[in-house]
Design a protein around this ligand. Structure first.
Ligand code: URA
Length: 260
């Protein structure tokens, strides 16, 4: 290990001592606990995974030649080092309004990775992905699969909260993609589940509507990817949970298959 890398790893350890790792969560079924009326009246969460039509195409983000820190991402030996390399990112305007950068959490490596859209209010306040109401539902979905949050990795397309939970702008997505790619490389998931429209369209570089992508096996490089609905959308449209559950069952089947 080079001196430079050793220094980074040391800095990563200090960072983790200060910011801590994941926590544990209560289990339960994955019915929303809030009454239906409240779920419907809730303000839109990021993406919300609504099967709305329309493209979401990200703009190319910064390139390594302009931002030398990007070149080192690809060789980060572990997630802690990657976190240090990403630093207190100010590569797009979302950084100006954030309380916390929400880097993602979970096991590394992990067979299964979930990718949402971007932090909402609670995530921004706590610095952790999917800890608001949509997060509670995602936790129940993961537990219904016989897993725990600690055994999967949970990340978002953008690491900072878009104001008012709007969709991230293409330039914001482009700026964050290098670190998401680097995370996927370190996690080496067998399956990625993309949650909602923005995540699916970003990872698959398509403008196809989520209604068409959902439940159809795709690939992100050599990783299998299954798009499903965003939990925030499921809170507003509980009748869609059945389809989401079918998607997760297909993922479980795939993960049970022998793997070379
Ligand atoms: N919605 C997302 O897409 N991500 C989160 O972390 C929380 C809500």
């Amino acid at each position: 290990m080079s001196d430079e890398l050793r220094e980074l790893v040391g800095a990563a350890r200090t960072f983790l001592q200060v910011h801590g790792r994941g926590r544990h969560f209560a289990t339960g079924d994955w019915e929303p606990k809030v009454p239906r009326e409240r779920a419907e009246a809730a303000p839109p969460a990021p993406d919300a995974g609504a099967p709305e039509e329309g493209p979401f195409v990200h703009a190319a983000g910064p390139v390594a030649a302009e931002d030398p820190s990007l070149a080192s991402l690809a060789s980060a030996p572990d997630m802690e080092t990657l976190r240090v390399l990403w630093g207190e990112c100010a590569r797009c305007p979302l950084s100006a309004g954030r309380n916390h950068l929400v880097f993602g959490e979970g096991a590394v490596p992990a067979d299964l990775m979930f990718v949402g859209e971007g932090p909402g209010e609670q995530e921004d306040l706590q610095g952790r992905p999917f800890v608001g109401r949509a997060g509670e539902l995602l936790t129940k979905m993961i537990e219904a699969m016989g897993l725990t949050r600690e055994r999967v990795f949970i990340a978002n397309v953008v690491k900072c909260r878009p104001p008012g939970n709007r969709d991230p702008e293409p330039g914001e997505v482009g700026a964050c993609l290098p670190v998401l790619r680097a995370q996927i490389r370190l996690i080496r998931p067998r399956v990625i589940v993309s949650l909602g429209r923005v995540s699916a369209q970003t990872l698959l570089e398509t403008s196809a509507p989520i209604s068409r992508l959902r439940g159809q096996w795709q690939r992100f490089g050599d990783v299998e990817l299954l798009p499903t609905f965003h939990p925030a959308y499921l809170l507003r449209s509980p009748e869609k949970k059945k389809e989401a559950w079918q998607d997760l069952q297909r993922v479980m089947e795939r993960l049970r298959e022998p793997h070379g």
